[in-house]
Design a protein around this ligand. Sequence first.
Ligand SMILES: *[C@@H]1O[C@H](CO)[C@@H](O)[C@H](O)[C@H]1NC(C)=O
Ligand SMILES: *[C@@H]1O[C@H](CO)[C@@H](O)[C@H](O)[C@H]1NC(C)=O
Length: 367
Amino acid sequence: MASSIITISSMLFTLVMALETLAPQAEAARAFFVFGDSLVDNGNNNYLATTARADSPPYGIDFPTHRPTGRFSNGLNIPDYISQEIGSDFLLPYLSPELTGQKLLVGANFASAGIGILNDTGIQFVNIIRMFQQYEYFEEYQRRVAALIGPKRTQQLVNGALVLITVGGNDFVNNYYLVPYSVRSRQYSLPDYVKFLISEYKKLLMRLYELGARRVLVTGTGPLGCVPAELATRSRDGECSAELQRAASLFNPQLTQMLGQLNSQYGSDVFIAANTGKMSSDFITNPAAFGFITSKVACCGQGPYNGVGLCTPASNLCPNRDVYAFWDPFHPSERANGFIVQEILRGTTEYMNPMNLSTILALDSRT
Ligand SMILES: *[C@@H]1O[C@H](CO)[C@@H](O)[C@H](O)[C@H]1NC(C)=O
Ligand SMILES: *[C@@H]1O[C@H](CO)[C@@H](O)[C@H](O)[C@H]1NC(C)=O
């Protein structure tokens, strides 16, 4: 009796294995990779000796676990909402020891808070994963996956993946404008600095293409001058800092233009510009339309606009995070992140150029 049960269960096992082999590859959600800074970091910095981390309460207070994860949000961040849309598990940070075996096939998040396009951005955070090193980890990732499923399927997985890259804001706030008379601001006028950043960013994106990326969402910088931190330190009367707004308004259109050049060079819409600056401006200029009571005061922080210093266990904490556009002095709340991803998904060409994510998903599922 016992032996026949074993036989039946082993037959079932064989059958399940056979069915799994037959199941079309397309059944699995496409892989997803994330590169960039704190707007998209989901915990890599927890594994590093740096001050740029979000590993203590109240970070994560609205996350499913209600605990800090390293995300700079009260709950979900932009990559999490995108994972949900593509029907995938939340990405693990690349440095997580849990990222092994089959979990590697979901993708990985290489982002690191504090980094910029330039290596000299965020030097005060010491130990962070700069862009070139995020790419080195991506190469290492591909070798690890190749050991698992072979080089050919690894290349298919990477070519078929969705990629998100969010970088550039720190090149202003944690470099050019970090201190008065910074090295970069003595070296470049703002318009020339922006041109320099765009040319360095272009090299980074070309390298990403070489590494196999074929669908890349590239966000511009947010409204840098309007975040609570800048209202607290640079603004006289609660108006957005004109200088930082000027930086964003120079950077974003040149980024979109550069992506267009790359796409014609590659003969394909590899790079998609996500105008997160405009998406954020919408809720900053008209918070009530989005159900926010304020877009000036951060939920967690201290001082004017709760914009001074970091969000820590000792900070002021708003009772209802959903009615604040900003969670901490620099980062949108979970709810604001959700609005941004809705625009990434369904926005018109004013927000998503040349097309939105729902169009991409529909197109790519046919090929
Ligand atoms: C950044 O630093 C790395 C390692 O030192 C170097 O290989 C890379 O060329 C640097 N990038 C730029 C843009 O200077
Ligand atoms: C964006 O997505 C929506 C809904 O999926 C679609 O109807 C619309 O045409 C798209 N817009 C653009 C400009 O691609």
